[in-house]
Design a protein around this ligand. Structure first.
Ligand SMILES: Cc1cc2nc3c(=O)[nH]c(=O)nc-3n(C[C@H](O)[C@H](O)[C@H](O)COP(=O)(O)OP(=O)(O)OC[C@H]3O[C@@H](n4cnc5c(N)ncnc54)[C@H](O)[C@@H]3O)c2cc1C
Length: 531
């Protein structure tokens, strides 16, 4: 066995079936699907679970209206089937995790009847493509209706079309998928970076070496190694084969969160064509407005650093479409890198790259799952397992049912039990003016596990600490003790979304979180949305 670098200080003796590198949406899904097929799995993550692209999305489960238009303009059936696949997945997640993924409406504004008819037909096709898995039909909006839904929208909009997509909590769904695999037997390690791959004498991959931030190394022996490192996929591919041609392009997408609630009825706005040919979303977000996104080709190490120019670009569009708002107040801002797949050997504009995934198996056996989008992480995982079957020359065992943590055995039962739990939470939680908000927050974060959290903790630990997102101390402890949180950003940006909704409010709670971290012998750390 020849490690390509580094010496091991620890050896994981138990030989595992599958080592998954990277615990974003893709890697967590691979680990979950493999675990429910009875495989022994380890999922290693360099930072926090979902800390890279998967917690920085627009938080939409969607087929992609933009891709539908592209499919028709270019007569591209592959693009169309991609939209349909994503629409099926949209319905899947809304069913499986209804507490953190729901349908919502977006309005496309039209200046005249022609535009309205064009959007109406296009969105009718979008509805039709989802078939039996529809989550709501599109509808025409009159001028009065669109201005009622978006009261500060500029004059000159003469109606529009509203259509449905899904909105979800990306960081928590990512976490729940990984934790579900862990509870079913998978090994889950955060802050554990793979620094080398190991090959047998015949050149075939047989494991990897990981390293923690303290420099402790571990050696993992596995039948199959999957590279699910998103934007970093090329660095793992290079560890496997130093001469391999890179396949990834990185494009940065910035979001800003505005204090103003521009979507008071819960209907978002899709601006279908900016001056530079992109789409922009303004989405309802915790009583504020989420605006995104940009699409700027960038270096890997710049993917999570929003520039002033990009924030300015977004704000200018908000001002153009909502002129009576004045200068918007920005409460939070973050950026994420799209893991785009470059067609081999071509220079290409990233907004034109089809968001399609690819599963590649290198001659040494490294399987890389690359590209795709959040909504389609499950088909990505299933294709990865198919590649594993081909590599091993044997079929996977039949999957057993494995509901996500917080969900019941079937979607109908989940809904029934959530309603019952709502009443129980009302009896147990401290009576505060924001009790309803706290119940909604607890259910949205933990699903059916909210009751156990509340039952185990005292009234003081359950006291809401903020009225932006009513997080309480019991949740901070749970994040640290049961959900692998290690830094203030893990707790305040990913376990709850406070820092992504309102950075100054998250800063206010930082000392409380630091105290809990210190109590658990962890470094206090600072809040940093770039990590
Ligand atoms: C701005 C923006 C908006 C988006 N909006 C949407 C949307 O609304 N809906 C949608 O469906 N999709 C959306 N996407 C796409 C979607 O977010 C991504 O496709 C998806 O999150 C990628 O997940 P991933 O697991 O492949 O990558 P990542 O989430 O980046 O996960 C890869 C993980 O691998 C880890 N890693 C890297 N190297 C190592 C190593 N050596 N050892 C161990 N771990 C390692 C990283 O730390 C990281 O956590 C958006 C993307 C962007 C950028």
């Amino acid at each position: 066995m020849t490690p390509s670098q580094g010496a091991c200080t620890g050896v994981i003796d138990q030989k595992i079936d599958l080592l998954v590198i990277g615990a974003g949406a893709s890697g967590a899904s691979v680990a979950y699907e493999a675990t429910r097929r009875g495989l022994r799995v380890a999922l290693l993550e360099a930072g926090d679970i979902g800390c890279a692209t998967s917690c920085r999305s627009s938080k939409m489960l969607h087929g992609g209206v933009r891709y539908l238009e592209l499919a028709f303009k270019t007569f591209d059936l592959a693009q169309l089937s991609l939209v349909r696949e994503a629409l099926m997945e949209r319905a899947h997640w809304i069913e499986q995790a209804p507490f953190l993924a729901q349908p919502f409406e977006l309005a496309l504004p039209a200046a005249n009847c022609f535009e309205k008819a064009y959007y109406g037909v296009g969105l009718g096709i979008y509805d039709a493509l989802s078939g039996q898995r529809s989550i709501g039909n599109s509808r025409l909006l009159s001028k009065t209706q669109i201005h009622q839904a978006l009261p500060l929208l500029r004059a000159g909009v003469n109606g529009g079309v509203a259509y449905s997509d899904g909105q979800f909590n990306d960081a928590r769904l990512n976490l729940l998928i990984a934790l579900t695999a862990e509870r079913a037997g998978a090994i889950l390690r955060s802050n554990c970076r793979v620094v080398a791959l190991e090959h047998r004498a015949d050149g075939q991959l047989c494991g990897a070496i990981s390293e923690t931030s303290m420099g402790e190394q571990e050696h993992w022996r596995a039948s199959v190694v999957v590279n699910a490192t998103g934007m970093q996929a090329d660095s793992l591919r290079k560890m496997a084969d130093a001469n391999i041609a890179p396949r990834m392009l990185t494009s940065r997408g910035v979001h800003v969160v505005l204090e103003a609630n521009l979507c008071p009825e819960g209907i978002g706005l899709l601006l279908p064509a900016t001056d530079d040919g992109r789409v922009l979303f303004l989405l309802p977000f915790y009583g504020r407005t989420l605006v995104g996104t940009t699409d700027t080709a960038c270096k890997l190490n710049e993917a999570c650093a929003p520039s002033q120019a990009e924030q300015h670009y977004l704000i200018e569009y908000v001002k153009r479409w909502f002129p009576d708002l004045g200068q918007p107040i920005v409460k939070s801002c973050w950026a994420g890198g799209r893991p785009l797949l470059k067609p081999a050997g071509k220079a290409i504009n990233s907004s034109r790259v089809v968001r399609e995934h690819e599963v590649e198996t290198l001659p040494c056996g490294l399987i890389s799952v690359m590209g795709g989008k959040w909504t389609t992480c499950r088909p990505m995982a299933l294709d990865t397992l198919k590649a594993m079957e081909t590599l091993l020359g044997r079929a996977m065992p039949t999957p057993s049912a494995l509901p996500l943590l917080g969900a019941a055995q079937n979607p109908a039962l989940t809904q029934t039990l959530l309603l019952e739990q709502q009443q129980q939470l009302r009896q147990l939680l401290p009576e505060t003016p924001i009790q309803d908000q706290q119940i909604a927050h607890l259910q949205a974060s933990y699903g059916l596990e909210a009751l156990a959290l509340v039952e185990k903790n005292s009234a003081k630990q359950l006291e809401p600490l903020s009225d932006v997102i009513p997080i309480c101390e019991a949740e901070i402890d749970r994040a640290i003790n049961q959900e692998h949180a290690r830094t203030p950003t893990d707790v305040l940006a990913r376990r709850c979304r406070l820092a992504m909704v309102d950075m100054s409010e998250a800063q206010r709670l930082l000392p409380v979180v630091q105290e809990h971290l210190a109590h658990a012998d962890l470094p206090k750390g600072e809040l940093d949305l770039q990590h």
